[in-house]
Design a protein around this ligand. Structure first.
Ligand code: ARG
Length: 463
């Protein structure tokens, strides 16, 4: 590391130990925040000028210098080299000094790196949350389109991963639509708490300069300003909330990922994933592996870990800023990038997968999954549900012992179990009839699923 200029040093007699310098540096990762640090600094300088804390000439020089750096950063004309500065705030101030000289030192009036980092992170997260909401919406659209395209396809529904009752495949897909709708809701809700300007809290106590925080909030597009300077620089709830909502979102993605892995296995063979989202084996020429789905499932671990990481960092920290809090950035950035790539890939996989309709429908036949229909039938004839359940259990056992299935029973076989069985009983035992009968609100009948797709589309259009 070359000898870098510090934002402090006046009270020190010795220079910093080299290992220590590397140990405390955050530039290798907080350089991701450079755009926000510059935009935040521009708004801060403009406010200092407006409030006559610095002269108009000084303001113009500082703002012009910052804008030049921003342009260079955006055009990739400048590289942020680890070791050039302690952190992104120092890097920006050093660069500004190179450009406009000592006047750059006026930029830090009435602010501290403590409110500055909180600002940068909030600006970054606001943008990313919006991006994630957009990606969630794209995934929901893929789910709706696939549900719509395959309306009427019947598959086995499972509990305990055992065949339970037949379902429309579209109903299964739409279940994920609603999970992601709640995830979007959580993002929308937490956004309100991210959208609060901490700048102007300075190190912890506020400032003696006559600043205008509302002006900075307006310049930077914040919905409000923080109420307590000490809280504003100590608070990382906004990141923790995001990490929690992300953990839940990844849990949903991991369930869908797991189902795609299962469904594409030879045993299920319900779907075929597009070649472009699979890889082969270096030894087994026949292999086609569902890697993206597996990795989405696997990466859920790091997203959970990131939440636990920061919860632990923040636990029992005394107010206000502590250097521990520098550890908030890597889990945050890692969660954002994991979420964004997982959401994108999941929606592409859903869009491109092939559905094996025959296999799904075959799977929902001859599997006793219409046994509940038979019990419901007896209840409608006057039995209590318990009596009906017991009797149908006996019928299932009879079939198992005679290597038979409910659908193949004759009327006389049924009648031997209960007198109220008649011709109409035989008709209720197909998966089609079972699906059709589930017409309660939110159920799997075609009519209900069509309604659900329609209202889901309306929900997406509204926002
Ligand atoms: N790099 C620091 C962080 O990410 C910025 C704030 C530093 N403040 C300080 N007083 N050392 O947390």
């Amino acid at each position: 590391m070359k000898n870098m200029e510090k934002l402090w040093g006046g009270r020190f007699k010795k220079t910093i130990n080299k290992e220590m310098e590397e140990f405390i540096s955050s530039l290798s990762f907080d350089k991701k925040l450079v755009k926000y640090d510059l935009l935040g600094s521009i708004a801060h300088a403009q406010m200092l000028g407006k409030c006559k804390i610095i002269t108009k000439e000084e303001t113009d020089k500082i703002v012009e210098g910052l804008k030049q750096i921003l342009k260079e950063v955006q055009e990739d004309k400048v590289e942020i080299v680890t070791g050039e500065a302690e952190d992104i705030h120092s890097w920006v101030e050093n660069k500004l000094k190179e450009k406009i000289g000592a006047i750059a030192g006026k930029l830090h009036i009435a602010r501290s790196r403590n409110d500055q980092i909180a600002l940068d992170e909030r600006m970054y997260l606001k943008e990313e949350v919006l991006k994630i909401q957009g990606l969630l919406k794209d995934l929901q659209k893929s789910l709706i389109a696939t549900a719509q395209k395959n309306l009427g396809v019947i598959m086995p529904g499972y509990t305990h991963l055992q065949h339970a009752q037949p379902l429309l495949f579209s109903h299964h897909l739409m279940a994920y639509f609603y999970m992601f709708e709640r995830d979007k809701g959580r993002m929308k809700d937490l956004y309100k708490r991210v959208d609060v300007l901490p700048l102007g809290s300075a190190a912890l106590a506020g400032t003696s300069f006559p600043i205008d925080r509302e002006y900075v909030a307006t310049q930077l597009g914040f919905g409000g300003i923080s109420e307590n300077s000490l809280d504003a620089v100590s608070d990382r709830d906004f990141i923790l909330e995001f990490l929690s909502a992300s953990a839940i979102l990844m849990m949903h993605l991991s369930r869908l990922g797991e189902e795609m892995v299962l469904w594409s296995s030879q045993e299920f063979d319900f779907i075929e994933l597009d070649d472009s989202f699979c890889t082969g084996s270096s030894i087994m020429p026949q292999k086609k592996n569902p890697d993206a789905a597996e990795l989405i499932r696997g990466k859920t671990g790091r997203v959970y870990g990131n939440l636990l990481n920061l919860l632990t960092v923040m636990k029992a920290l005394p107010l206000a800023y502590n250097h521990d809090m520098q550890e908030d950035k890597e889990p945050l950035f890692d969660t954002v990038s994991t979420l964004e790539s997982s959401l994108f890939l999941m929606s592409k996989m859903i869009e491109t997968m092939q559905i094996n309709k025959e296999k799904m429908e075959k799977g929902s036949k001859d599997d006793f999954s219409t046994a509940t229909e038979l019990a419901d039938y007896l209840v409608k004839k006057g039995l209590t549900f318990r009596e009906a359940h017991k009797l149908v259990g006996k019928i299932v056992l009879y079939c198992l012992e005679n290597n038979n299935h409910l659908e193949n029973l004759t009327l006389s076989e049924l009648k031997a179990f209960h007198k109220s069985f008649d011709e109409s009983t035989l008709k209720i035992l197909t998966p089609q009839a079972a699906v059709k009968a589930k017409d309660s609100y939110g159920g799997t009948s075609l009519k209900r699923v069509e309604e659900s797709i329609k209202s889901a589309k309306e929900t997406l259009e509204k926002k």
